[in-house]
Every structure is written in C-alpha cells, then in structure tokens.
Design a protein around this ligand. Structure first.
Ligand SMILES: [Ca+2]
Length: 482
C-alpha cells in the first residue's frame, strides 16, 4: 500500500510541477524553464540539468510504472521529449510527432510527415529524429511545434491541434541530405514585430554533400540566412569572406566534384541570448580519407569545428577546429554546453564539448580561445592537444595511409556521439556517455564516387576482431601512450 501511496503522491507532485501558470514559450521561459523542459537541451545553455527534487535517492526505488504509450515505430528512438503545461511533445523515427498528456499518457494528437521509405537510402544511420522545438513568443500568439523531417523538410505545426502551419524544403532534393537533429528557435524582434527564427542543419556527409545550416522565419517559413560549413566550387568566388578563407585550406577539387566536402551540422546548435551568437558543431570530411579528399594537405575548414555565428545574419564570428585534417570520421557535432565557470580565479563564459575524437574541450565562448583539452577516454590517434597551437599532436597510427591498416581509438562511432551529456553546476562535473570502441582503418588508394552510396575512401569490408589485438592493453604497450 505504501508503494501505491507514494507512487500516487509522486505522480501528483510531478503533475502539479507540470502545471504552474500557463507559461508562454519565449526567450525568458526557455532561459529559465523551472519545472518544464522547453528546448532540446532544456534551456539556452543546454546543460540538461533538471532542478526537480521530489524524486531522490531515498524514494527512487519506490517508483512504479504509471502509464506507457506504444509508438507507431520503435526504430531508432533518439528524441529528447519537451514538456510544456502538462503536455509531452516527442518525435520518433520516420518523422512522426506525438503530443501526449503527461498525466495519463493519452495521445492528444499525432502528425506523420509521410516521408518516402526510399529516403532511408540517403541516411547514414537510420530514419531517426532527435526532437522538436517549441515557440510562442508573445502570450497571445499561437504556440508552434517545429521539427525537421528525414527528407529535409522543416515543418511548423499548431501545438494544440497538430495541424500543419507551413512546410519548407531546406535541402536540395537531388542531394543525399537528411535531417535527424532538433531545430532551435532564436528570438528576434524587428521594429517591434516578432521575427523569431528556426535554425536547422542536416546530415549526409558519408554520401557526399556540402553541409550548411539555415534560418527560417517562424511565421512564414521564409529563409532568412544560410551558412555553408565548407567551400563550394574552388574555381569560383565563395559566398562569404569566411568561405574565401576556408577554401585556402583545401586542395584540388575532388570534394567539390564528388558531392561536397561534408561538414554537416546534424546535431548541436546552441544560442547565447546575451552575446546574440549561435554556436554550431560541424561534421566529418567527405570522404573520410584525407588523401583523397584534399590530396595536397590542408586543414579543410570548417570541418569538425565549433563555429560561432551572428544570430541575426548567420555571419561567421570565430571557429575552433577540434580535428584539423579529419581522417577518421571525427565529427564535432556532439552537444555544446554553455556555462559560467571560474577558471584560475577569473570568471569565464565558456562553451564545452566532448566530440567524437575523445578530447574534452573548454573554450571561451566570447573569443573562441582554447582553455583546456584533455582526453576523456582511451585515444590512439593523438597523444595530446598542444595548448600553444591548439592542435592535436597526431601519432603514427593516425596516418593509416602511410602506417598501414590499423586499429585506432576512438572508432567512427566516436568516443561520444549523439547521446546527450549533462552538466551540473552543483558538482561542477560534466556527465558524458562514453564509448570505448576501436575502429579498423584501411585506406583505399582510389575511389570511384558512387551516387547514393557511402563514399569514405576506406575499405569498410576490411575489419578485424578487436580481440585479436589483445585489445587496448597490448596497444598501450606498443604505443607508449598514456
Ligand atoms: Ca560521419
């Protein structure tokens, strides 16, 4: 009986905490969501730290199932649900969105974007979706739900009814693009009129695309700006000074002739309302093999980077490249977390990331200055990050083209991937879901670009059982790495 009672009381306190004043979803409430969860990373800092305290270590063993809901697909459930005024908004695989009553599990509405199943061929990693965005702006305005469909559409729904307000194709339909990431809404008032923007990226680097992020008007779906993460045709003028600078770090035109250089921003985007900057994390090179992608060398900006953009214009402000000359599918799309920290006695506004490459980065988010970069798991591609240059120091294994086929830690799955990390300002700790998995890298000397196929420049049929190596202990001994 006591279990039943506690379950009841916990549910009631949870339900009550979901039902304070009918909060308007705008800049103020996203910045301070209290008991609600109004944005992908909970708030603008995307720390994912819940302040709710009714469930604790003394009573968690008495929690029991209150209700369950069966979705129309169980394929790749990666979404962070949003919670607003007692309603759960969640997306699923194959671009469905559901609104559920948090107290009962009753479905309030369901939206199916009706993505053609054939679009699965244009995805790297399944028809997944990591979440929706909510925005109302003014208290009298309509609450909208925004999400990206797998086939590249950005869709706005009425949050009360689930009916479609607008839909816009954000990607070229003849390219191998997909959307799996959650949009973010950036507030913007022009001449006293609400002009909020929805920011969305895309994926597809394995198949050969040119990455970009775009901003759309929340009411009309009209495109406001677009930022390309990698250059276009190197024989023509680029779209911006930032891309003119970037094209100098690429050689040849293989990447342009074969779909695009990659750099897709398929997950992390964070907005800082005080600085009015958007930070995006960019993806790996296309193909992975840098000797094919950019045969004369070069860092290949802005692959595998944290890039700061002016929110209003999408103009470049600064970047930090976590993995220059990406050769290993080392995306920097993993979550970006903002915080105010005291470092060596000085208050710093920082941005933090634990990207695929296995180093945990802390940067000053005003200037982009690197403050620290330490390994958070076993790494064999680099020994450390040189704090003078800000660059990783590669080992001989990193250049598998000259060393020969070899295992490298981490694998293309990444030391950390899309699974969100959380930061607690109470403990000062970042909680990172880590994957300690090696990848076998075997370079192809030449590649015929194949449309609608993975184009990595690696022989992905070549693989070895890691157990043959005696796994990490023997490799430790061989490399002398820490
Ligand atoms: Ca990739």
């Amino acid at each position: 009986m006591i279990i039943t009672f506690l379950r009841y009381s916990l549910l009631m306190t949870l339900a009550c905490s979901l039902l304070p004043a009918q909060a308007t979803v705008n800049q103020q409430t996203i910045a301070n969501p209290q008991s609600q969860w109004l944005s992908y990373g909970r708030d603008y800092q995307e720390q994912r730290f819940s302040p709710l305290a009714q469930i604790n270590r003394d009573n968690i063993n008495q929690l029991d199932l209150a209700w369950s809901f069966k979705f129309s697909t169980a394929r790749g459930m990666e979404a962070t649900p949003l919670v607003h005024n007692g309603v759960i908004y969640i997306s699923t695989g194959w671009s469905h969105v559901h609104a559920l009553d948090a107290r009962t599990g009753e479905q309030l509405w369901h939206y199916d974007a009706n993505v053609a199943k054939s679009h699965l061929a244009k995805t790297c990693c399944g028809p997944v979706n990591r979440g929706v965005a909510l925005w109302q702006g003014d208290s009298g305005a309509e609450l909208q739900v925004f999400f990206g469909a797998l086939d590249g559409r950005l869709i706005a729904l009425n949050a009360t009814t689930g009916t479609e307000n607008w839909s816009v194709q954000t990607t070229p339909t003849d390219g191998n693009y997909s959307i799996t990431g959650a949009p973010r809404v950036v507030p913007r008032v022009v001449n006293g009129i609400e002009k909020g923007m929805v920011i969305i990226g895309n994926g597809g680097a394995e198949l050969g695309v040119r990455g970009f992020v775009s901003a759309y008007d929340i009411k009309s779906g009209e495109q406001i700006w677009r930022f390309y993460t990698v250059p276009g045709d190197p024989n023509k003028p680029q779209e911006s000074p930032a891309l003119e600078a970037a094209v100098e770090t690429w050689s040849g035109d293989y990447w342009y002739q074969n779909g695009g250089g990659g750099g897709t921003a398929w997950d992390s985007m964070v907005y800082d309302p005080e600085l009015d900057l958007i930070y995006i994390g960019t993806g790996n090179g296309s193909p992975w093999n840098r000797e094919l992608r950019s045969p004369g060398g070069g860092d290949n900006l802005y692959l595998s980077s944290i890039v700061a953009l002016q929110a209003g214009s999408g103009d470049y402000v600064w970047h930090y490249q976590v993995t220059p000359q990406d050769n290993w599918d080392s995306t920097a799309t993993q979550q970006l977390v903002l915080a105010e920290l005291e470092i060596e006695g000085k208050p710093r506004s920082v941005i933090m990331q634990a990207p695929k490459n296995g180093f945990f980065y802390v940067l000053d988010r005003i200037s982009g200055e690197l403050l620290s970069a330490d390994a958070f798991t076993h790494i064999t591609w680099a020994s450390h990050v040189d704090m003078q240059t800000g660059r990783p120091v590669e080992t001989k294994y990193a250049d598998y083209q000259s060393f020969g086929s070899t295992y490298i830690w981490p694998s293309p799955y990444g030391a950390h991937n899309w699974q969100p990390m959380s930061f607690s300002s109470k403990t000062g700790l970042m909680y990172i879901p880590v994957q300690n998995i090696p990848g076998y890298f075997s370079a192809q000397d030449s590649v015929v670009y194949r449309v609608d196929r993975w184009n990595t420049g690696l022989d992905l049929n070549e693989s070895r059982d890691p157990k043959e190596l005696g796994c990490r202990q023997s490799l430790h001994g061989r490399t002398g790495l820490r």
